[in-house]
Design a protein around this ligand. Sequence first.
Ligand code: FAD
Ligand code: NAI
Length: 486
Amino acid sequence: MKRDFDVIVIGAGPGGYVAAIRSAQMGLNTAIVEKEYLGGVCLNVGCIPSKAMINASKFFHKANHDAAVMGFELSGELKLNMEKLNSWKQTVCDKMSGGVKQLLKGNSVTIINGDAQFVSPNEIEVSSSEGNKKYSADHYIVATGSRPIEIPGFSFDEKKILSSTGALDLNELPKRLIVIGGGVIGLEIGTYLKKLGTEVVVLEGSNSLFGGHVDKDCTQVIARKLKKMGVSVHLNARAKSCVDERGGVVVTADIDGKEKQFEGDKVLLVVGRKPNSDSCGLEKAGVQIGDRGLIPVDPQMRTNVSHIYAIGDLVGTTMLAHKASHEGVIAAEVIAGHNRVFDAKTIPAVIFTDPELASAGWTEEECKTHGHKDLKIGKFPYAANGKAVSLMETDGFVKIIADANTHVILGVHIVGPEASNLISEAVLALEMGAVLEDLALSIHPHPTLGETMMECAEAAIGHAIHIIQKPIANGNGASRSGHLST
Ligand code: FAD
Ligand code: NAI
């Protein structure tokens, strides 16, 4: 039977739109259905608006703090117009979302606006303001993403109790904000609002920021910087209830078994996200939904129904845009008959706090659980790097973990300026199975932050130039002109 399309993609986030473009590039007749915004959460209410606000707040903070040290004198006060900042942020998102539309059209992908629901394994019904219409396809790629979680006593009204979406769309700066959840979103948004002038209190339920999922040494740097900025952080703090009082809110939390109250103007509730596996009638298609609403898939992104694929936040592991896009390409190529599987060695993660935090590969603990008992660990501080000093951003370090016997690099954790850009070199190193000497003997241009990667690898071997290292028995590691014999 001839169907309307070879492939229908449901959801136009970084998973779905990338899958649709790749599918069309390979000559498949492709449609994409989106009910809200092209670019999904990432381009409209996630990665892009948050990074726009983070960059703007960094600019504001630097102008107010570092400019005078460098010799610039402001004759008046640099003032924030939150409404203008918010509308500038929106222009950035609109540009990105518009770009996705052009790319889809340029690749001859049919864009269908509306809410898609499976009516059978091979047919969907799309409802929109223009009515309902059915479409069929040989293959489906489901990329419906995720949404924020609520907790008892707290439901989003986007006025006093904000999700990340509401917090990223404020026309007025809140005076006092209570952030529930000291994870990725809480600390990214909490940090930029603090820089813009909000008093920020963070209530984190576990005994460590980021729920303990990030390298401990790196987390310490963030915790110290938050303290220095005046962000008040409470660990082991479980928020229990919230009442409206005197135009603001009072949150009651249980901290180490004792009740404590916090007053604020608004609450930002960011305690994780859940997959939208209930948003397109997957049960009518016979697709199995697993633990915590995640869709189980094989390494080719195929669900239990062989012509239906699922990608992105919907399938979990980590909920990151670049992971969603990578999976989208795999699903499209598998459908087109290519022999592809998800076999990436690492999915890098970046947290855009101040300073930035980035990691690829394993932490020390993970290296040990994977059987690497003896580790060589190098650490190189940003304070010893000329570019970082000239940027006035010297907090943090690069840390490289390698197997002590083979020198194969197992994990890289960076906390410091431009960690988000530096980590890509680590990703390549991990994918290529590089050893410490590969990084140490690669000439890195001067003066750049990238030199910290080279010097960190040298530090692991025992001979970084710009920090004092104690001599190691047997001649301090590799010579600078050749590989170590291991
Ligand atoms: P989504 O982007 O969620 O897109 C799913 C799309 O499906 C949506 O547009 C939705 O409208 C549509 N949809 C759902 N149901 C239907 C239906 N029935 N019919 C039609 N359409 C439907 N990740 C990073 O890697 N880096 C970051 O810096 C980063 N920052 C973030 C900041 C915030 C505040 C948030 C909330 C997230 C951030 N993320 C970041 C995570 C990132 O946004 C997600 O991992 C990514 O968007 C997931 O892509 P996706 O394609 O799976 O789904
Ligand atoms: P998260 O999982 O990063 O953090 C949630 C935090 O809330 C954890 O530290 C957890 O211990 C804490 N928590 C849970 N229940 C709590 C409670 N009842 N009271 C107090 N604390 C509680 O989730 P978050 O920040 O909502 O982000 C969701 C996902 O979005 C991230 O995991 C990430 O995948 C993605 N994201 C990625 C970004 C990036 O790549 N830079 C930026 C923002 C989001």
